[in-house]
Write a protein that binds this ligand. Structure first.
Ligand code: SAH
Length: 219
């Protein structure tokens, strides 16, 4: 992906990783490497790609946003993904988080309710020669039953309460990170032990777009 010498954005990306990610405590080498390798500027609208490495979320259209780099990094770090683990992402959005997950696992499944986003990301991945991710257009609060169970689940849109179906599709020893709430949201980590017993941890207050349920947006 994007050779260093031909990538004019590389120094901005190194700076983002240094200042926004490592200095704030996300340090596992594979996660750091993924953020160095994925060219974030390809995942934001081209007219504002100069903003790609800023320390904030950015609008990607349809009232949605690409998450702040640090939040993407923190969520990824909490999941502790291993190469052979099956990962479900709810909310493909810009595809940036998807591309990061793809650096860490060979088995990434990404569900998006807004058809336009999913199609755009699928075309972008083909163009960038990113292989191995399976996409679905649909309501990700229902998970992806045919492909379950998942070792890791990440949601980047916030439902009011945790979708039961996602908990059901989480494998034993699995981890799920998800923002929950309405106007005030918190990021939660759900963990199952090997006996399938569930615990939950509140991590920090966050702001995500709401998880919409039921209807598919075909725009
Ligand atoms: N990780 C993405 C976040 C995009 S914003 C990024 O950094 O670009 C959240 C995304 O979740 C939006 O694309 C929105 O359309 C999608 N979304 C909202 N509700 C959803 C649902 N029920 N199922 C799947 N995707 C959903």
């Amino acid at each position: 992906m994007g050779s260093k010498s031909s990538d004019l954005f590389y120094s901005q990306r190194m700076n983002m990783v240094e200042e926004q990610i490592i200095k704030r405590g996300v340090i596992s080498p594979k996660v750091v490497q993924a953020f160095l390798d994925v060219p974030r500027h390809h995942f934001v609208p081209s007219d504002i790609n100069k903003m790609a490495y800023e320390d904030s979320p950015i609008p990607i259209g349809l009232d949605q946003t690409i998450s702040q780099p640090y939040i993407v990094a923190l969520m990824t770090e909490y999941l502790g993904i291993k190469k052979n683990q099956k990962v479900l992402e709810v909310g493909t959005g810009s595809g940036y988080q998807t591309a990061i997950l793809n650096q860490l696992s060979k088995n990434v499944y990404s569900v998006e309710i807004r058809e336009e986003f999913s199609r755009k990301v699928q075309a972008l991945f083909t163009q960038m020669d990113i292989k191995g991710v399976q996409f679905k257009i649909g309501d990700g609060s229902l998970g992806w039953k045919e492909k379950a169970p998942f070792d890791r689940i990440i949601a980047t849109a916030a439902p009011k309460k945790v979708p039961e179906e996602l908990l059901r599709q989480l494998a034993p020893s699995g981890k799920m990170i998800i923002p929950l709430g309405g106007n005030f949201q918190n990021l939660f980590l759900f963990e199952k032990n090997s006996k399938n017993e569930l615990t939950q941890k509140l991590l920090l207050p966050v702001v995500f777009v709401p998880m919409v349920q039921g209807q598919i947006y075909t725009g």
